[in-house]
Structure formats: structure tokens, C-alpha cells
Design a protein. Sequence first.
Length: 509
Amino acid sequence: MTRPLNRPMITLSIMLATIMQTLDSTIANVALPHMQGSLSASQDQIAWVLTAYIVAAAIATPLTGWLCDRFGRKFVFMASIGGFTVASVLCGLSNSLAEIVAARLLQGVFGAALVPLAQVVVLEINPREKQGSAMAVWGIGVMVGPILGPTLGGWLTDSYNWRWVFFINVPIGAIALYGMWRYIRPDQGRQGVRFDMFGFVTLSLCVGALQLLLDRGQQNDWFSSAETWIEAVILIVTLTFFIAHTTMTPAEDSFLDYRLLKNGNYVTGLLFIFIVGLVLFATRALIPTMLELLLDYPVATAGLVTAPSGIGTMLAMLIAGRIIGKVDLRLTLLMGFLVSALALWQMTGYSLDLSEADIVWPGVIQGFGVGLVFVPLAAATFATLSPGMRAQGTALYSLIRNIGSSIGISLVQTLLTRNTVQVHAALAERLTSSNPAWNNPAVAAAFDLRTPGGAALLDAAVTQQAAMIAYVDDFWFMLLLTLLVMPLLLLIRAPDRRAAGIEANAVVD
């Protein structure tokens, strides 16, 4: 029998592990300039601190299912938490660029399984009627970690130094590791589980090439760079080999069990979590840069005005967890997308004259929308998936979400850069001597094109306006994309509310 104390303690340990991993996906971003000076690295070189983590996590995520089958969930969970914590210490102790990149690779490898495994355990320790509420609580860690990362990272860097961005994981990891050891019963892996090496290698190369292409594409000016072409060729070739190999290999021996893709609800869930990553997570990448580069917000202030969106997310997740099973999941998802669209519509009205409230409230509204989408989407995706396929199913779900997020961020950043150039050129065309603005003596004196200072000041003003227009164009693009995907909600089949509960005693004492 399940003791009353165990489920909350397991959930708490899972939450800590999830927050630790998701926090590290963004917490290091604000510390990069400090690392750059400390490690004597160029801007291009220090970017590998982020790239190494993203690529390693993407490659290692699909391994989660096989590792759980071979060694058992508890062992893999504890090894992941312990390895991630040790790698965090190594990051903090690094004294060269090579050392910190190697440590970040280890962080990515060990952290890849944490979110998928956490989702598996949350589903299995709760009966079906409580899974919605449990997923809501767990989802808070997934969604709030990246939101709080820049705020916490900025405070730690300013108050102490960049090394504490990584050392903060040590107490969190220690508590989570103890909770896993104490409250989850060991489960036995299966000896002789076949490892599909060819499938793993081709998928790893495919995912790694895709992540490198997306992460470094804008920096390399996309296909103007030989590096991007090489990554694209590796991506296409390895993906072709992986698909061919998987279709010709028995499902039980294949690295990716393609029987997952025969489940309609699961495939639809993958489509929507890709869209959530593509649209909703990309906004989170735009707002901080807009505040810091255009509105001259300090890092700490930018973190403080974006952090309240996490309040909206938490509130919506708790509400969504309560109403799952009582309200059609598709209605909740529709409401979440509509609320997110409302927030994006508010953002299309942004200008260079913004108050902090203009940033906070759309963020809270969008956070509320994301929360309404995240919980019922996870419930619908896994409602008809057999327990034996959950480890691999959650790993693929996390991978698709991360790929969607990477594509979305790359897309909006590319549009932002190119639209800024185009709008700058269009605005500059209008700055002729016949423009009525030059009739104003103050304007003519401040932007005197006959002096280097006046010309530079005018160029800076035009660039700032062009960038703001480009940000607004990005918000319009994401708003239209959000509206266009809403009809796809009809593809989701609502799970049977009368289905029997899932046995919850499998992984607890």
C-alpha cells in the first residue's frame, strides 16, 4: 500500500530535480559576459557554453527509454541527478573555456533524462483521477524554471559572481537525490535488452546537427556559411538513414519504438507541443533582449518585470489540474491558445515608450495561457499510451518540445535581424532634405548630417525605431501562427473519463 507521506515527498523531489534542470537552460545566459572576461574568451567562443549544453541534452534525451528498460527508473533518475550536480560543481570550478564547455556537455548529458523521467514517475504514482492535478504541480517546475532563470542568474552574478549560477544546483540536487533514494522503490531493469547502436548514432548525429544549425545559424548568416551547409547535409543524410533503418527493424529491437507513432492522440500531442515550443517559448526569448537592448533595462530589472509571467503560469496550471476530467480537454486547450493570442495582440502595440506595467500584464496573461495549454496537453497526449511505452514516449515528447523551441527562437531572431535591416533602409529613404521634420530647428540642430556626431545620432535613432518595428512584426507573426493552429484542436480525441485508474503502487514503498 502507498503511505500517505510518500506521494508528496516523491513529487517534491521530482519538482526539485525538474526545476534544477529547467533553470539551467536559461540561468547561465545572463552570466555570459562575466564568464567571457573571466575566461578570456571571445563572444563567439563563450557562446559554446550555451550550445554545448543544448546539443548534449538533445542527443542524450532519446536514450532515456532504453536506459530505463536496461537499468530501471530509480537508478537512471539518481544517476542523472547526481551526475548533473557534480557537473554543475565542475562548471563553477572551471578556469578555462575548454573546462567549462566540457562540464556543460556533462550537464547536458546527465540532465537530459530528468524532465522525461519526472513526467513518467508523476503519471505512475498517481491514479488517473489525480493525474491532472499532479501534472499541474510538476508542470510548474517545467515552465517556471526557464522564467526565473534570468532573474536568479542576474541576482547571483551581481551579488556574488558567475560561478554561483552553477553552485546553486548543489543543495537542490542533494535534496532531490535524497528524496529519490529514500522514497522510490528500486525497479529492476531487464538483462539482455538490445541496444540499437546504428539507430542511436544516426539519430544522435541528426539531432546534434539540427541543434547546431539552429543555434549557430543566425550567427553564421545561415547558408552563407560552409558550417551551416555541412550541418544541413549531416542532418539530411543521418535522418534518411535513421528512418530507413527504423522502418526495417522490428519495433522491439529499434532504438525508437515506432509503435508510438500509431497512437493518434500521442502524435497529435507531439504536434501541439512542437507548436507550443515554436510559438510560446520564442516570445520568452524576445522580451528580455528587447528590454535590455532597446529600453536600456538593467539585467536584474528585466528579470523582475518578466518573472510575474510565472505567476500566471502557476495559477493556470493549478486551475487546469482541477478541471481536468470535468471539462473537455479541447475546450481548455482552446481557452489557453485564445488567452495566449490576446497577450500577443497586446504585444503588437509595443513601442519605445513602455511602462513596466505594459510589460508585466501581457506577460502574466501569456503565462496564464501557457499554463492552460501545458497541463491538458500532457494529459491528452499520454492518456491512451500504455505504461510500458511511457519512458520512451516522454523522452520523445521532451525532445520535440525542445526542437520546437529551438526552431521558434531561431526563426524569430532571424526575422528580427532581417526586418530591422529592411525597416532601417525604408526609414532612411524618407530622411531627405524635403522631409518636414527638418523644418524644426531643434531637430535640425540635433541631427545635423554635416557633422559626424549628428549623423551617428540620427543613425542610432533610426536603428532603434527599426528594431522596435521588427520586434512588433515578430509578435504579429506569432499571433497569426497561434490563431492558425487552433483548428487543429479538432484532431485531439478526448480520453475516456470513465477509464479505470492506473495502479500507483509500482514505484513507491
